[in-house]
Design a protein around this ligand. Sequence first.
Ligand SMILES: Cc1cc2nc3c(=O)[nH]c(=O)nc-3n(C[C@H](O)[C@H](O)[C@H](O)COP(=O)(O)O)c2cc1C
Length: 144
Amino acid sequence: MNIKVMYHSSTGNTEKLAKAIADTVNAKAEPIGSSAATISKPIDLLFIGDGTYFGKMHKKTVAYLSQLSPATVKNVAVFSTYGGQDKVGADISNLLQKRGLTVVGKPFTCKGKAWGLINRKHPSKLDLENARAYAKDVAAALGQ
Ligand SMILES: Cc1cc2nc3c(=O)[nH]c(=O)nc-3n(C[C@H](O)[C@H](O)[C@H](O)COP(=O)(O)O)c2cc1C
């Protein structure tokens, strides 16, 4: 199974989830905007993640999602971090579904360190363990 892990992360929290997920499914975590983001062969499972910025996903993520097609990406699994508003995971899933892509299960989301002391311990060790378990479950659901 061809698995890809893509993410945007302005301050490093979502990157931690991306790396834990990638490590679990033997893939590489690649930031959106890198040349590796180009889809050169069909993907069986794409994990895509982002943080939450002023209530929204990052514009780089919007641009990346807009070029995904069900013809080249068979399944997508979504992950996200947030300061207090847990909605970007659902936003990404909804956008992908509107574009005709198959989203597997519910998004995995957890808190991420934000300003000052807000969520200062997140993603925590447990958050990362949960992200790993999520990645394993998604891959297993697709027969991997
Ligand atoms: C510029 C900026 C704007 C943010 N706006 C929100 C917001 O509107 N709602 C929220 O829940 N968290 C907000 N946060 C907190 C981030 O979503 C949280 O820290 C997240 O883990 C960041 O992910 P990243 O480290 O991968 O960039 C904001 C953070 C930054 C840096």
